[in-house]
Design a protein around this ligand. Structure first.
Ligand SMILES: [Zn+2]
Length: 257
């Protein structure tokens, strides 16, 4: 599989490659997206140019986009209804950008279109990095906090828990992001269960595999939003926070909450 990754920092891209390979159960080759983005809303602004670049100038299978939710509305199955679009949801927004960009493009490089896989990290990618390590951190905990008006943690606190500082150097940020992503390289189920927006990204990626020649599925099916009835992944056997002696957990020290 050949793909480009668009996210908010080179450290995140390195960690996301690990997670993408974990979902696809195999190595991927990276293609440069041609442009970098700096946070929201820049990601949605540069995405059309990147998609056109990948479609016409490369033979990439698709684009992986991951951005932080920050304080935006969290995507839910309710948003997956046909023709529905929540204007304050970043998942809905990026899916719409993809649809509008690709709908008029002719086939190129032997494929109908470059595909897309979109993940929104709720509220920030550091929450994904803490998955399985800090049991207080999950998409559901964040949504409940939004409903009560009392967030369970701030984005700065999540950064502190991952990097031990709110202003890590790029080198330190990359090292820590990779350490945490590597815990999931053999099994992403905990991440998919605790973070449905990561599960949506994983479903998109599995759709790419189904769209490959010889898979029996039409390429045009992949890259579309999953129906609201998409199965929720079963919880993995390992408990959150449990010091499972698996290779995936390595020998990293526990993070102080
Ligand atoms: Zn949405």
């Amino acid at each position: 599989m050949k793909l480009a990754i668009l996210s908010e920092s080179p450290a995140d891209e390195a960690a996301l490659r690990v997670l993408v390979e974990a979902v696809l159960r195999g190595p991927v080759r990276l293609v440069r997206p041609g442009l970098r983005a700096r946070g929201w809303p820049n990601v949605s602004q540069v995405m059309p140019a990147i998609l056109r670049h990948l479609h016409f100038n490369t033979d990439a299978d698709g684009l992986v986009v991951v951005v932080d939710a920050d304080d935006s509305v969290v995507h839910t199955p309710h948003h997956d209804r046909p023709d529905y679009f929540h204007p304050q949801c970043r998942m809905c927004k990026l899916r719409a950008v993809y649809r509008q960009t690709m709908k008029k493009l002719p086939p190129a490089h032997g494929r109908e279109r470059a595909l897309r896989a979109i993940g929104i990290a709720v509220p920030a990618i550091e929450a994904w990095y803490l998955c399985g390590r800090d049991p207080t951190v999950s998409e559901q905990a964040w949504i409940e906090g939004q409903q009560k008006g009392v967030p369970p943690y701030t984005r700065a606190e999540l950064k502190k828990r991952v990097y031990d500082t709110e202003r890590p150097s790029l080198e330190h940020e990359t090292r820590r992001a990779m350490q945490e992503a590597l815990r999931h390289r053999h099994d992403c189920r905990r991440l998919e269960y605790d973070f449905p927006s990561f599960a949506a990204l994983a479903q998109d990626l599995r759709g790419w595999k189904a769209a490959q020649p010889g898979s029996g599925a039409a390429a045009s099916r992949a890259g579309r939003p999953e129906p609201a009835s998409s199965p929720v992944p079963a919880p993995p056997p390992a408990c959150v926070g449990a010091a499972a002696p698996s290779a995936a957990n390595g020998d990293l020290p526990p993070v102080k909450a």
